[in-house]
Unconditional design. Structure first.
Length: 319
């Protein structure tokens, strides 16, 4: 359900005044509609003044909307809570196991695995869109203009070509983006047993798994000389998506507003909006500096020290 921005602002102004000692998840719908559409409108960090919920009901009634509420703990999850941590552990185990199996596989089997994951990601995304269309929830915000949505096409192309340029983007753009999405989920308001919550975790798990396994197997070999291609991709994507966000009132690639709970939030408080995008660019540059450091050379003394320690230990026990 698409709500008028002024109405949403009235919702937020009321919610910010409601005491949040007992967090609430509000569900609203147009009276003329047959189904409920849920929107998380409050956060635990806002609001202290107790205001009668009837005030909100009055606003909703004025705009011909019905109103119910229930505990948020029954609907969504919290970042780095038990549910979130459980998924992260499962994701790490899955990525490690699949990557090890992939590396041990022969060339023919590797190609089958690459293409299978690529097709799974693409078809899973299509299935999600069909699910949203049937549920009358699909809108422009679900178009594939998110960074992780663009990864669908990058992975599909790479699975068939093993392109070095696309492989570099998997390493320095899409893999960090998918990891960030899993760490700072923007679907915490979704019911934990609902399709969209499970979809979001499995979708990003698939992106990370593909990117890590081709990296671990040596199919993708990072080369800092190819960074310029990634810079051009981000620049072109940003120039196209930023005006689309303004036109459609969306937030693709978080170019209109930071994802709640992410490191972009403090950047917004420092640089403002859209100034935080400069901070985002700085984070990307810092990330690239770190991931392109010559780790093999830097860790060589440590590896040698560990090897010597093992040798001495073996000699000691053999004697």
């Amino acid at each position: 359900m698409n709500l008028n921005c002024s109405i949403i602002e009235q919702f937020i102004s009321i919610f910010e005044q409601i005491c949040l000692n007992n967090k609430k998840y509000f569900i609203i719908k147009n009276i003329s509609e047959k189904r409920w559409n849920n929107i998380c409108i409050i956060s635990a960090s806002k609001g202290r003044i107790v205001v009668a919920v009837e005030a909100l009901k009055a606003i909703l009634h004025f705009h011909k909307m019905a109103f119910i509420y229930m505990g948020v703990e029954k609907m969504g999850f919290s970042l780095f809570g038990t549910y979130h941590i459980g998924w992260l552990i499962f994701i790490i185990i899955t990525v490690v196991l699949v990557s090890k199996y992939f590396k041990k596989s022969d060339v023919k089997n590797r190609k089958v695995i690459q293409k299978s994951i690529a097709w799974f990601i693409l078809l899973f995304e299509i299935f999600k869109d069909i699910y949203l269309i049937i549920g009358d929830e699909f809108s422009v915000k679900y178009l594939p203009f998110e960074l992780c949505s663009l990864a669908i096409f990058a992975i599909f192309y790479h699975a068939y070509t093993d392109s070095n340029i696309i492989g570099e983007m998997l390493y320095n753009i899409f893999l960090p983006g998918a990891i960030a999405a899993l760490l700072f989920c923007n679907w915490t308001y979704r019911p934990i047993f609902g399709f969209m919550c499970s979809f979001s975790f499995i979708f990003h798990l698939s992106l990370v798994t593909y990117s890590v396994m081709v990296l671990y197997a040596g199919i993708v070999k990072p080369n800092k000389n190819r960074i310029l291609n990634s810079v051009l991709f981000l620049a072109i994507a940003g120039l196209i998506i930023y005006p689309l966000n303004k036109m459609w009132d969306t937030n693709f690639m978080f170019l209109n507003a930071p994802s709640p709970g992410s490191p972009l939030v403090p950047l917004e408080s420092i640089f403002g909006n859209p100034g935080y995008i400069f901070g985002l660019a700085c984070i990307i540059i810092l990330l690239w500096v770190v991931i392109y450091l010559p780790w093999n050379k830097l860790l060589r003394p440590l590896k040698q020290m560990i090897s010597n320690w093992k040798t001495k230990l073996l000699l000691k026990y053999n004697m």
